[in-house]
Design a binder for this molecule. Sequence first.
Ligand code: ATP
Ligand code: MG
Length: 193
Amino acid sequence: MLNLVIFGAPGSGKGTQSERLIDEYGLYHISTGEVLRKHISDGTELGKLADSYISKGQLIPDELMIEILADILENNPEAEKGIIFDGFPRTIAQAEALNKLLQKHGSEVTAVLGLEVDDDELIDRLVKRGKDSGRSDDNPETIKKRLDVYHSTTSPLREFYQKVGTYHPIKGTGSVEDIFEDIKSRVNSVKEK
Ligand code: ATP
Ligand code: MG
């Protein structure tokens, strides 16, 4: 089972590259951001709670986020073909929970693809996206907060995955196609093992 984590700061291109990975490898896509935004647009209780964090640029608490993810894994048998995790894990606690959940299915994280983009470029992309995304978190103030949270809480995961040898740094600037070619060569090299 090929389980990929697409990793990187907000605006690093996780969603864009995920779409291509799904087509190329037939993976099941789990975007926690999309799952939460669906709850918000459906007006569910969970959506209201999620929005109170998202609109401030904060992370949803680990306990809740892990519960949501475990639920998706249990209720989607088609995920057995392999998964692309987009936006999860974002904390060490989430990464540890993911290891445990995959172990239960006799599986593991195959590779973590880290899209590396500097902050100036990220801010530029997110401000542009904010002009038509309609997302409550794509405004300059919230963008700054999200980047702070990324650096303090999420980026330590690079070291977490480096230690176990699954982290692959990818230059996240340049054309979408060139970045994807780079990702593909990484994925193909781990697949052959
Ligand atoms: P990208 O633009 O690279 O796709 P992003 O950070 O803009 O990334 P999402 O991944 O869609 O967007 O996440 C949006 C928001 O949803 C986050 O800022 C956070 O509040 C919440 N969220 C998503 N995933 C998680 C998670 N694993 N843990 C906690 N909160 C999460
Ligand atoms: Mg996204």
